[in-house]
Design a binder for this molecule. Sequence first.
Ligand SMILES: [Zn+2]
Length: 277
Amino acid sequence: MNNRAGLRGHSHSGLFVPKCASMTPDRLERFARHIILPEVGGAGQARLVDSHIVLVGLGGIGSPALQYLAGAGIGRFTLIDDDVVEASNLQRQTIYTTADVGLPKAEAAAQWLTGFDGEIDFNAQVTRITRSNAATLIAGADLVLDGCDNFATRLAVSDACVAAGIPLTSAALGRFQGQVANFAGHREGHACYRCFVGDAFDAEDCDSCADQGVLGAMVGMVGAFGAMAATRVLLEGVSTLGDPQWGQLHVLDGLKPSMRSMRIVKDPECGGCGQAG
Ligand SMILES: [Zn+2]
């Protein structure tokens, strides 16, 4: 409350308004808590508004990621998922309600987005992203956030990102372990997702939530962490939060709980990025 009044009369307002010149007063108010945050600022918010994110997978990770990234004012989303909402999804896939059961997730997610903020553009794709369509689906994006449930798709998405020169935020979950990392395999010296997992999984599905069970709040942590990682990428070169920590894998242990981080080294023989770097 105080911040809202403070923003209007704040002596810093002259600093951020020029950078946010394209934003209306309503939008400035909506994103005020970002704009007054020194690590984001007016320039950072303007960058977020100008950004286009492709979300691969609109399940347990994609739901909170979409909520926080839409909240951050990302200007455009491509929403990709070929599944339909099932009753067993509602325990963790936070954008869906009982009324969405049976609807394609990409369409239900677009409905959620429209209700949340009608000024955000979107392109809903009820399709599975594959090697053959990935390049088309991610073209023009500033970032791809992959929260899908299988390695084959993740590798196809990673290879397409490297080829197109698009950064990839990867967020994954196995029971109580979350893994989140930003990849820029198209850049010299930086690893891609394939450098991390190798080639063995191209044709295999990983263990699914249906087989293993999954705790809703744990997926939410990983999805929100993924949104945070994506935000760091988008703000690179714009504000101080913009340190993408490329190739730094953050491993969240939800049981202890704890987090450790490790660096993924670029594999010179990598089939995805070996020749790009
Ligand atoms: Zn690689």
